[in-house]
Design a binder for this molecule. Structure first.
Ligand code: SAM
Ligand code: SF4
Length: 497
């Protein structure tokens, strides 16, 4: 009998990729992936620890499963990812019905852990409770100098498989793991360990594999992706710029290549030149600024000033005037004053970001900030600053989007729009009357599709769902809210795309 597996993912793109990889491994072991948690024999949560809110969602999921586990002791519950690493075996104290804990740096071991838990829980001759644990712990098993090739976790990426029916139109490929920056508020260096750079050939092979399987857009992933530099055994170094050129040249069939997340201080001119020179690399950068005030940036240990960030944005736009840039900001960092917050507002207005992800500071156990600074900005002040910054960013987005109306832009069709999906022709004519009915029936069903520009702007337009995955031109006709609306620039060409 094939055991049924339910896997729910929280958090960032890195977690989405981790989930895809472990799902592939577990499917290869005979598990069948299901969407209904109640029908699953094995339930796994791939978790995020970046903010407390993300953790609370998982606590509540685990609470919901308490009764079911009491009634079905044979089932297996696993917590994997950053929460497992950060909370460790404390999770067993609070939720004794959890069987498996596996940190993000140990995911290659997950199939064995799950298998052991399934065997133990199925053995009715004993009341022994399974406790399967793989965590990096304080003694991080991988040193920052260890090459990814020697790292067993690399095998997880190398063993990636695509099954028939998997939607790989857009896919992720990791180029680095972990982070060495130690921003004072952030758990990532502790949960994902030190930065490890994957060998370029492994990355190129994986991009090619995903392209051959049907990917139209590959997004390279890394916490500070532009810090990539792989040192070969013979002393050569492949820089981030080299890697971009190499992928672009080695996989010419891939229509689009993207990467996230960039670190402001690490951007070389060579990397910007590579973006400018390679036509299939999207003109989009996600470069979190986090704050607009130098004192706060220092407390955050970001390693740059607001002016240096502004200079970087100017440099990127000198190379590519049409580049679109997104950012992240934290509001209510300890001791942040109103005046300092206003400098963040000014930065958003000045840099004209395409969008910004705005977060209220959340003190995280184990970080430097929680030990060193009191969380002294009251919740209502955090909320007010969050809303104000959001409103300013929305106004910037609106103004920048309006400038695109009338232009022809390339989009990659992601699928059906969640906004509206409708019958474009005669929607109100469903009355069963003479010619009108026949006419409605003979009109093709039009769906509202959603696509993304090379600059990462979201565009809605009418078209056939069979266009999913196509890369085509649209004419931007309108800008409403945060969304652009368009029509197909060449419907005939689109029909054959
Ligand atoms: N590596 C990326 C970088 O350095 O920009 C981002 C990684 S982090 C998972 C994503 C975002 O979460 C950060 O850019 C930051 O804005 C936010 N973040 C991280 N720790 C946070 C905390 N303790 N409270 C609030 N936001 C936080
Ligand atoms: Fe966290 Fe800073 Fe590393 Fe980003 S660069 S993952 S914010 S420590």
């Amino acid at each position: 009998m094939r055991r049924k597996l339910f896997l729910e993912t929280f958090g960032c793109q890195m977690n989405v990729l981790d989930s895809e990889l472990v799902l592939g491994q577990l499917r290869a072991q005979g598990y069948e992936s299901v969407d209904d948690r109640d029908a699953a024999d094995v339930v796994i949560f791939n978790t995020c620890s970046v903010r407390e809110h993300a953790e609370q969602k998982v606590w509540s999921r685990l609470g919901e499963l308490r009764q079911r586990k009491a009634a079905e002791p044979g089932m297996v519950i696993g917590v994997i990812g950053c929460m497992a690493e950060r909370d460790g075996t404390n999770i067993f104290q609070r939720f004794p019905h959890v069987d498996v804990l596996c940190g993000p740096g140990e995911l290659d071991k997950l199939p064995t852990l799950v298998h052991n838990a399934v065997i133990t829980n199925a053995d009715r001759s004993t009341t022994k409770k399974s406790r399967e644990v793989a965590l990096m712990g304080a003694a991080v098993r991988r040193s920052s100098t260890l090459a990814a090739a020697e790292d067993t976790l690399e095998l997880l990426d190398l063993s990636r498989s695509v099954s028939p029916g998997d939607d790989v139109t857009q896919s992720y490929v990791r180029i680095t793991r972990g982070c060495n920056k130690f921003c004072t508020y952030c758990v990532v260096p502790y949960t994902r360990g030190p930065e490890v750079h994957r060998p370029p050939q492994n990355i190129i092979d994986e991009v090619r594999k995903m392209t051959e399987a049907g990917s139209k857009e590959v997004t390279l992933l890394g916490q500070t992706i532009n810090h990539y530099a792989y040192r070969h055994g013979d002393g050569r170094t492949t820089t981030f710029a080299d890697l971009l050129y190499q992928i672009h040249e080695a996989v010419p069939e891939l229509p689009r290549l993207r990467f996230v997340t960039s670190f402001p201080r690490d951007f070389t001119d060579a990397a910007l030149q590579a973006m400018r020179d390679c036509e299939r690399i999207c003109r989009f950068l996600h470069v979190p600024a986090q704050h607009g005030n130098d004192r706060v940036l220092k407390l955050m240990n970001r390693g740059y000033s607001a002016q240096q960030y502004i200079d970087f944005v100017g440099r990127a736009r000198d190379y590519m005037p049409d580049i679109s840039i997104a950012s992240d900001f934290i509001v209510g960092f300890p001791t942040e004053t109103d005046e300092e917050f206003q400098q963040t507002v000014d930065l958003v207005k000045l840099c004209r970001f395409k969008n910004s992800f705005i977060f209220k500071y959340s003190p995280r156990p184990g970080t430097v900030a929680i030990d060193r600074f009191a969380d002294d900005v009251p919740e209502d002040v955090k909320r007010r600053r969050n809303n104000e910054l959001l409103a300013v960013q929305q106004q910037v987005t609106l103004e920048e989007n309006r400038k695109l109306v009338g232009r022809t832009l390339e989009v990659m069709v992601e699928g059906e729009s969640k906004l509206v999906s409708r019958q474009a022709a005669y929607p109100a004519s469903k009355v069963e009357l003479g010619w009108e009915k026949r006419r409605v029936e003979s009109m093709p069903m039009k769906t509202q599709l959603v696509g993304r520009t090379r600059g990462d702007q979201v565009v809605c337009f009418d078209g056939d769902l069979s266009l999913k995955g196509a890369v085509l031109d649209v004419e931007i006709t309108d800008s409403r809210g945060m969304t652009l609306f368009a029509s197909l620039a060449d419907p005939v060409a689109a029909a054959t795309a």
